[in-house]
Design a protein around this ligand. Sequence first.
Ligand code: CU
Length: 332
Amino acid sequence: MRRSVAGKFLPLWPLMLAGCNRHQSALAPFGLEARSTLSLTVVLAAGGLVIALGVAVIYAIAARAPEGRLTHERGMRLVLWLGAVFPTVVLTALLIWSLPAMRPLPATGQDLHIRVEGEQFWWRVAYREAGRDPVLSANEIRLPVGRTVVFELTATDVVHSFWIPGLAGKMDMIPGRTNRLVVKAEKPGRYRGVCAEFCGLSHALMAFDVIAMEPAAFDEWLAVARIPPRPTDSAIYHRGEMLFAREGCGSCHAARGTPSGEIGPDLTRYGERLTLGAGILAPTPGNTAAFIRDPHRFKPGARMPAYRHLRQDEALALAVWLKQSGAQEAKR
Ligand SMILES: [Cu+2]
């Protein structure tokens, strides 16, 4: 029995559909730019389909027509109308309709600027408001819904590409250059962005969370994030803090007010992040401890040394100490 190609893969369909994830989809936009790109796509696809069907109908009629019915003159007229006039009108109309979608959104110096730097294989994030110190973070981006936000995009090592499919188109991150991408989120929720330019061994493991928040909640979050972390005082904290210092983690990471390295992601509010390792793992203490002991098991080529000599309870103490840091804690 012969089965069509589609039929052969029938058992796999649910799996393929499961790949259609609303958190990371240009077909489920939550921002202005992605929405206009989607309507353009729908119009182009539907228009293309209509034209293809029209051509098929004309072909069927022509193939059945008695010989001699299509005179030279009628043929030339057909070519003129369908081959020259029709495409000119359609393409001009499409151009006029799509021009506004190509114009970047207007932005001013007063709008929130978020600087994002691509690193192998993670994201360095800084929230910048006019006349204030930046708020540093990594691997997660929070956005106020309904406000214009300017992304300043660059890279430190190789070319990456910044892509939040539900929000806007891709933008290259190029070392030594800053590209701007102006966006406006329209719906609160948790979404996902990825690196869309091959950048090395763990390119496919370089993603991030995007959290679009109501403006008031965002303002509060940013205000709390500005409060410098206080020194810690409970016993478990001391153990984590002691291990962090003993192992030299601070030469690469800033965490909870420790002397701060800048080579790795800022861990000051690691506890409130929704993923570990740039969008690849749930940030549970267990996963965090496993990542600390052997980052390359999860991320080949990651620029963090393995700490296999740490005992499991030591790695866990570090993980718990990091996990309990965040805006909520700063507020207390
Ligand atoms: Cu990348």
